[in-house]
Ligand binder design. Structure first.
Ligand code: TRP
Length: 372
């Protein structure tokens, strides 16, 4: 049995996603749910078709309410510990699609407090600054002005704190120990923090004085926070949030774990220059190909473990193109080097546009940020 760890602060090993569904007590996104969703969205995002978003909590409740005319808002976030990398963009790209299809408002939390508390090397000034740098990547993806609110926790503290203490009052240390594996030696800041991440799951309801359903798209490592939130939020009189979970983008260096911002060669950053991206992929992208060209031609490559192919699943929207690459690689017709060039081409085009949008975002940043 492969061993792995999935917590909000550590993802390691070869993750068994079906087992996570059981361990975390979530539900698989099945065809029935996809068809129900499709009634509203008309099409299905490629991340749904490919089961990159594979698990959920209470999505049927969210759709029940939607069908009754009680529209949901979206909530997601980012822990600003460094530059944004491609792995971070995965749930955000999907969230943008949900915003478009449902015309939903998005609340986006930048947890500068969290990264300060949890990372011994980071000062608050840095995490706060990174929050606004990371916000440029969010805006660059095309979220709607006026329908998108981005906030750094320490700059929206007055509003958040009033609600966070209501969660904290009902949260026992025995729970933070059991859910997050925190111990007596961890700071009270760590034990408290999940109260802050809970707030946006009901803040719009608290501010409006009526219950508005909340839907949270996230990578499954963040689920633990919302298990806590969902337990407490009912006691505060709010709906439990619905959740859509996605898998992790594998690290460039291998199919295990997730891409980590702290291991530079395992990640491609949104600010990397095209030459840097090409070099990283050529040098580090884990190959599922044969040891020699002759062997590869004979036996074919293994797309299931080849990181270049796996990344294309996350970034090549066209199913037909992707299927052809899969077949060609598996049959040995396509070599690893050639597959890498396909990925480089795809990402260069994507990043060129993203970087231009990111610079444009600086000018409109204040239209998205909320502070108090
Ligand atoms: N804690 C998350 C992180 O480290 C950031 C975050 C805050 C978040 N609120 C969220 C992520 C809601 C997903 C959904 O990245």
């Amino acid at each position: 049995m492969p061993k792995y760890t999935v917590t909000p602060w550590k993802v390691e090993g070869e993750v068994d996603y079906n087992k996570l569904i059981k361990d975390f007590g979530t539900e698989a996104i099945d065809d029935k749910l996809l068809q129900r969703l499709k009634k509203h969205t008309k099409d299905l995002h490629y991340m749904l078709r490919r089961k990159i978003f594979f698990s959920h909590r209470d999505m049927n409740f969210i759709l029940d309410e939607h069908e009754k005319g009680n529209k949901f808002y979206l909530y997601t976030g980012r822990g600003p510990s460094g530059n944004t990398h491609l792995g971070h963009l995965v749930p955000w790209i999907f969230t943008k699609w949900l915003q478009d299809r449902f015309d939903a408002e998005l609340w986006f939390q930048m947890t500068d407090d969290e990264k300060f508390i949890f990372n011994p090397k980071l000062e608050l000034e840095e995490t706060n600054k990174l929050a606004y740098e990371n916000a440029l990547d969010v805006i660059a993806l095309g979220f709607k002005k006026g329908r998108t609110k981005i906030f750094a926790d320490t700059d929206y503290a007055k509003t958040l704190y009033r609600e966070a203490i209501k969660v904290a009052k009902k949260l026992n240390v025995s729970t933070t120990k059991a859910v997050f594996g925190l111990t007596d030696s961890d700071s009270v800041g760590k034990h408290f923090f999940t109260s802050v991440q809970s707030v946006p799951a009901f803040l719009p309801s608290a501010l409006a004085g009526k219950n508005i359903p909340c839907l949270i798209p996230l990578a499954i490592d963040q689920d633990a926070h919302f298990r806590v939130t969902r337990d407490i939020i009912g006691k505060l009189g709010y709906y439990k949030p619905g959740i859509l979970h996605c898998v992790f983008l594998p690290a460039l260096t291998g199919p295990k774990g997730k891409m980590s911002a702290s291991i530079a060669e395992s990640a491609v950053y949104t600010t990397d220059a095209p030459e840097v991206v090409a070099k990283k992929i050529r040098k580090y992208a884990f190959s599922g190909g044969g040891d020699t060209i002759a062997e590869h031609r004979k036996k074919g490559g293994n797309p299931e473990i080849d990181v270049s192919y796996q990344w294309l699943r996350f970034f090549e929207e066209d199913d037909k193109k992707l299927e052809k690459i899969y077949r060609d690689y598996k049959s040995g017709r396509l070599l690893t080097g050639e597959l890498k060039e396909i990925l480089i081409e795809k990402l260069s085009r994507f990043l060129k546009a993203h970087q231009a949008n990111r610079e444009k975002a600086r000018k409109v940043l204040d239209k998205y940020i909320i502070k108090d």
